[in-house]
Design a protein around this ligand. Structure first.
Ligand code: FAD
Length: 445
């Protein structure tokens, strides 16, 4: 097996597990992290960006989009890495709930880094600002700036054999387009900058979106706001109109127009005078440091071309991405992707030819187009995540997705859709829980 000099960008869940797998495979790894600790998204900060919509490209970026009240949307058994379960702490401290508060996830990732001795690979407060081809053929020149407590301590560079991008994709807001918004006099914010409900006290708020953040945040705000109106293109289960259990929370179809007098009209013809619009409309992939001469680009939130969401065929295996797919269980999938990348870099696993990989990418694009799926859903693996994970597992010779994980995940999604406010406190099928815990006892640790 060949040992490579590999740069990993980011020390969130993806960067940590990538570092572990790369080192296990015998590579020499450096993890660059612009923050001052591991955990990425899970490092909660009360601080927000000065531009509440997060669209000013010159703004100082706050990485995490967590809100204070956030609890996980997956049960801890499902959420954890395959060989390092996310269990309540043995000493009874912390939050032992099945869907714990965010602090518990951060503690888990810190434990993971400690358990596998990853600290020695980490370089904190070093922000990657350039990843481009080095003069030496096939290698990467990686440039970073040292931040020294947030400041700019100058630039340095080093040449690496390979770069694994793990910079997360929940930081760069995507905003809904609203007719008339330029003349509308109210305030706007993206959920990236939402922390607590207090600033919304006694206000009339429109929340746009129907994913987990929109559901959680609208209920959080309804405790203090005068009125909350949720507007969405899609409601899978909940009926429109006033929500049961609330006297100030309504669901509407999408906004039709924002008006100069402060009113907002919805496509069902209803209207309301609004103080603030909160966009819970998701995020964009963003790799400001990548200099690939257009070999990798982002088009309507499709990052491509990428073979199996990981390798750009023309630059494989020297550039790779961990964590791009969404609507999946993140941590175990990062692990499968990382094992594959590590094995390919060492020469243990062979990739198809560049032409074959391009064909595969084109096939995926054609299938999506034929099914009417927009480009921006290219990395949505909701219907294929376990198939995808198993494909990766076969490549790297690791074990397939556990049956209990698949079933527990389906049960969670069903309950989340049916009862989005209370599903976290409902019991889970006991036999699945026992199977999971029995599996955990067999792990090598
Ligand atoms: P991140 O955690 O974002 O880490 C990326 C890291 O890269 C950061 O530390 C960042 O500082 C660093 N970085 C970025 N750019 C640079 C650079 N140029 N140079 C150096 N370092 C850089 N997942 C679940 O499993 N369960 C949940 O309940 C859940 N809830 C969520 C709730 C919210 C509100 C959000 C936003 C996400 C949630 N997720 C959840 C998904 C979560 O993002 C993933 O679980 C996971 O943490 C993503 O890990 P990552 O390493 O890909 O990215």
């Amino acid at each position: 097996m060949i040992s490579r000099h590999v740069a990993v960008i980011g020390a969130g869940a993806a960067g940590l597990v990538a570092a572990r797998e790369l080192r296990r495979e015998g590579h020499r790894v450096v993890v660059f992290e612009r923050g001052s600790r591991v955990g990425g998204t899970w490092v909660y900060t009360p601080g927000t960006e000065r531009d509440p919509l997060g669209i000013d490209p010159s703004r100082p970026v706050v990485h995490s989009s967590l809100y204070k009240s956030l609890r996980t949307n997956l049960p801890r058994e499902v959420m954890g890495f395959g060989d390092y379960p996310f269990l309540p702490r043995a000493d009874g401290s912390g939050d032992s709930r099945r869907y714990p508060a965010h602090e518990e996830v951060l503690a888990y990732l810190e434990d993971f880094a400690r358990e596998f001795g990853l600290e020695e690979l980490l370089r904190f407060e070093e922000e990657i600002v350039g990843v481009g081809m080095a003069d030496e053929r096939g290698k990467w020149k990686v440039t970073w700036r040292t931040r020294n407590g947030g400041g700019d301590g100058g630039r340095e560079e080093e040449v690496f054999d390979a770069v694994v991008v793990c910079n997360g994709h929940y930081t760069e807001p995507r905003i809904a387009e609203i007719t008339g918004i330029d003349l509308w006099p109210g305030k706007q914010m993206h959920s990236h900058n939402y922390r607590t409900s207090e600033p919304f006290r006694d206000l009339v708020v429109v929340v746009i979106g129907s994913a987990t953040s929109a559901v959680d945040i609208s209920r959080d705000i309804a405790k203090v706001a005068k009125e909350v109106h949720v507007a969405s293109r899609s409601y899978e289960v909940e009926p429109l109109g006033i929500q049961s259990g609330y006297d100030n929370l309504w669901l509407h179809p999408m906004i039709e127009k924002a008006h100069e007098d402060g009113k907002v009209t919805f496509l069902d013809g209803s209207f309301v005078g609004v103080d603030i619009i909160l966009h819970c409309t998701g995020y964009k992939y963003h790799f400001p440091f990548l200099e690939t001469n257009g070999i990798v680009s982002i088009n309507d939130n499709r990052v491509g071309p990428l073979y199996k969401h990981v390798f750009p065929p023309h630059l494989a295996p020297w550039l790779s991405f961990v964590g791009l797919p969404w609507k999946a269980i993140p941590f175990p999938q990062f692990e499968y992707q990382s094992k594959w990348i590590a094995g390919v870099l060492s020469g243990r696993i062979a990739l198809p030819s560049e032409e074959e990989m391009m064909e595969d990418v084109k096939d995926l694009y054609s299938q999506l187009e034929a099914s009417g799926v927009p480009k921006r859903y290219t990395h949505n693996v909701a219907d294929s995540q376990f198939e995808y994970n198993d494909w990766l597992a076969v490549q790297s010779g690791s074990r397939l997705s556990e049956e209990w994980r698949k079933e527990m995940y389906s049960e969670t999604i069903r309950k989340m859709r049916a009862r989005p406010v209370v599903y976290r406190d409902e019991d889970i099928e006991e036999t699945l829980v026992s199977q999971a815990h029995e599996d955990f006892t067999k792990l090598p640790l």
